[in-house]
Design a protein around this ligand. Structure first.
Ligand SMILES: Cc1ncc(COP(=O)(O)O)c(C=O)c1O
Length: 373
């Protein structure tokens, strides 16, 4: 894949950023796309602005039930439930977007689950958009399976792979992303639109040279990157544990998904925002769960891909801010059904389907369907 990344090949279209390629791909499908929530909120604005696509959430919760092996576990049953609910509401679901390794959860889909999801999508003739933008930022024990490595796909014509330079190479500013699809019609459409989002020749030239040094990438860059990510993640997880903040076990990505529920004054998204503002005032920028359409208040994503000094500083500041504040908090409800997320879930309301949040940094608050947290 990488040696072909710097030019347009038979099945590969290279564009200025992954977000753009995902957006343009969605223009080919209509109405709604299934997406397990929480998820990277930037997807909402891009798919809505370009394609008028509705996110159809597949809500995931921290509470573990019998058939689930860990918190926020995705299952095909949950995909099925969300699909049927959307159908009842007259929403035509046309696609499934999966992020693997996941943002913000940091977990990796086991090969078996991946195959089951692909089978599910095939059953309903859904396009599958696989966002594997963190595929090389893996530091944990879990085995990562890219859809590119599967021997066969249930529906190759409707399965699309995406990757970009932003995360694995820390090159967000270079704005280059890759779409790999065997679907001729999608490729044609994206190539037409790519005229607005093309990647400049000199940038392609530099990236080609960079990628052609395979020996350095395999023997120096990737091992060093993995080692540093693991080290940084360990420091952060241990520091959070000392403050009494549990995190979800993660294996990939540049962040951890942390449970701040015990520090909320009430188990609501308003309280989550209050805590976020307080942490911001304390000079720490972390992301609240609402920005990822999480259905449970109190979860935050903390990025650790920084220097060790900064991570220690982060822990120190959190400690200062959060200690002695627990007396103001209220107990976490034992069941997510008691909080407002599940109200949305149970009532099958519009807001269950039309997400009410997006990343505020994108500044789309004036658009009705792209609300901000
Ligand atoms: C899962 C996921 N996909 C896509 C993107 C956007 O990537 P790009 O920088 O190529 O627009 C991000 C950025 O945070 C992301 O987390």
């Amino acid at each position: 894949m990488f040696t072909n990344a710097s030019r347009i090949q038979n099945n590969v279209t290279e564009m200025n950023s992954l977000s753009k390629s995902k957006t343009l791909l969605c223009v080919r499908v209509l109405d709604g796309f299934l997406i397990p929530a929480p998820y990277y909120g930037g997807i909402n604005s891009k798919t809505w602005l370009y394609g008028g696509m509705q996110p159809v959430h597949v809500p995931l919760f921290s509470e573990v039930t019998n058939e689930e092996s860990h918190p926020f576990q995705l299952t095909v049953e949950k995909l099925e439930t969300a699909y049927q609910r959307a159908k009842e509401q007259g929403i035509r679901v046309r696609a499934l977007i999966l992020i693997n390794p996941h943002n913000p959860l940091g977990d990796i889909y086991p090969a078996q689950l991946l195959k089951e999801c692909l089978e599910f999508a095939h059953r309903y003739e859904l396009h599958v958009i696989m966002d594997e933008i963190y595929m090389l930022s893996i530091y944990g024990d879990s085995t990562f399976t890219s859809i590119l490595s599967l021997e066969s796909l249930p529906d190759p014509d409707r399965t699309h792979f995406m990757w970009g330079f932003s995360k694995d190479f820390g090159m967000c500013g270079i704005r280059v992303g890759i779409l790999y699809t065997r679907n001729h019609a999608v490729r044609e459409a994206v190539n037409q639109l790519a005229v607005f989002h093309g990647c400049p020749g000199p940038v392609q030239h530099v990236l080609r040279q960079f990628l052609s040094d395979r020996e350095w990438l395999d023997n120096v860059f990737f091992p060093t990157n993995r080692r540093r990510l693991k080290e940084a993640q360990n420091i952060l997880v241990n520091g959070l544990a000392e403050i009494g903040i549990p995190v979800l076990k993660s294996s990939g990505g540049l962040y951890v998904w942390a449970d701040f529920r015990k520090f909320l004054k009430s188990q609501t998204f308003e309280a989550e925002m209050d805590l976020w503002r307080k942490i911001l005032d304390g000079k720490l920028l972390i992301s609240p769960g609402k920005a990822f359409c999480c259905y449970e208040p109190g979860w935050f994503r903390l990025v650790f891909s920084d220097t060790v000094d900064k991570i220690y500083l982060c822990i120190q500041r959190l400690q200062q801010m959060l200690l002695d504040k627990t007396d103001e908090t209220v107990p976490i409800s034992s069941s997510p059904k008691e909080n407002e997320c599940t109200e949305l879930d149970d009532s099958i309301s519009d807001s269950y389907i039309n997400t009410s949040v997006d990343d505020a940094s994108e500044g789309y608050s004036h658009l009705k369907k792209i609300a901000v947290f």
